[in-house]
Design a protein around this ligand. Structure first.
Ligand SMILES: Cc1cc2nc3c(=O)[nH]c(=O)nc-3n(C[C@H](O)[C@H](O)[C@H](O)COP(=O)(O)OP(=O)(O)OC[C@H]3O[C@@H](n4cnc5c(N)ncnc54)[C@H](O)[C@@H]3O)c2cc1C
Length: 305
């Protein structure tokens, strides 16, 4: 454990100014700002996460191409240089009385503020032979990786009408060769007509596996049909990594995202939520920007203690 200096409570338990949960771009940026404000900060992370899976982030200012892993390594190094305490651990609960109590395994930590930056995870149906292609030719985020499908033989797959709209967007922006594999309800006739007009072949069925070894060759449906492809854009939705927030009442929007104010503070006083947990927009630069805003606000409010 690498830890900055901390205040001692009457019970001799250290009280951090802020505990940051999640070492993705959102949490790391908040930790770096707060560390550099000379505050007492603890960053808790379980390892893994979406950024760790990004093979080449190409849309972050000053970074023509960087792996997510490298971005995290550099962020952790930078946070350590400002004396941010860093612990590996899965946070299982956050509660609040006078201070926040954050539990990670058998350990308990106290803080005045909390920044939650634990991100989301993609829902992907079980697909054989996915691992070799995930992040290099099997994508889940148009904002991140749409550009990497330029000129490709693309399969768009998913289970809602949103997926049909995604197929239209991919056809318009990136490639003239799009097929749609839809495992949800059949699209209405006007959508089917538009698919025909745009030359997008529709396959109703459930994808079973990716065919190919050195490169992707096709998507095979569970009924045995194969759709030629050298790239996939999948769209089965996502879930929030927020189970540790089960004990606190938070205002949520209709899709479950956590409602925040302009400084990314949730409806619970002192709990800030950054990154796709609040908007669903899953971009490194957005999460990092929100982490910076939250940290600046927390720093100002710490003068009141
Ligand atoms: C394949 C792929 C490609 C991508 N490409 C791009 C791209 O090109 N450009 C771009 O801007 N973004 C890209 N992204 C998205 C980006 O990597 C992040 O998802 C986004 O920046 C959100 O950051 P975050 O900090 O909110 O969350 P994340 O990066 O998801 O980090 C969350 C962190 O919280 C930790 N965590 C989760 N739950 C707990 C818990 N209970 N206790 C402790 N720690 C926990 C995780 O281990 C993780 O380290 C891509 C994502 C993927 C999967």
């Amino acid at each position: 454990m690498d830890q900055g200096s901390v205040h001692a409570s009457p019970a001799a338990e250290p009280i951090y100014d802020c505990i940051v949960i999640g070492a993705g771009p959102g949490g790391l940026q908040a930790a770096i700002y707060l560390g550099r404000f000379n505050r007492r900060v603890l960053l808790l992370d379980r390892g893994g996460g979406r950024t760790a899976h990004a093979k080449a982030i190409e849309n972050f200012l000053t970074q023509p191409s960087i792996t997510g892993k490298r971005m995290i390594e550099l962020g952790l190094e930078q946070a350590r240089s400002f004396k941010v305490g860093i612990e590996t651990g899965m946070v299982t609960s956050v509660t609040k009385q006078e201070n926040f109590e954050v539990a990670a395994g058998s350990k308990r930590f106290l803080s005045r503020f909390v920044v939650a930056g634990t991100g989301i995870y993609d829902i992907i149906p079980p697909l054989g032979n996915l691992a070799p292609f995930f992040g290099t030719s099997f994508f889940t985020c148009i904002d991140c990786d749409g550009y990497k499908t330029i000129g490709k033989k693309l399969v768009v797959m998913g289970d809602t009408i949103e997926t049909v709209r995604l197929a239209f967007a991919m056809r318009e922006l990136y490639t003239g060769d799009v097929s749609l594999v839809l495992s949800g309800p059949e699209p209405p006739e006007d959508y089917r007509e538009e698919l025909r007009n745009r030359g997008i072949a529709l396959y109703l069925g459930v994808p079973g596996r990716i065919v190919g070894m050195a490169g992707m060759e096709a998507v095979e449906l569970k009924d045995g049909r194969q759709v030629a492809a050298n790239a996939v854009m999948a769209n089965f939705g996502f879930k929030l990594n927020d189970s540790y927030l089960k004990d606190v009442q938070l205002k949520r929007s209709s899709n479950g995202s956590i409602v925040v104010n302009g400084n990314y503070e949730s409806s619970l006083n002192g709990l800030y939520v950054v990154g796709p947990l609040n908007t669903g927009h899953d971009q490194a630069v957005i999460a990092a920007g929100q982490g910076a805003v939250a940290a600046i606000d927390i720093n100002k409010r710490l003068f009141e203690f």
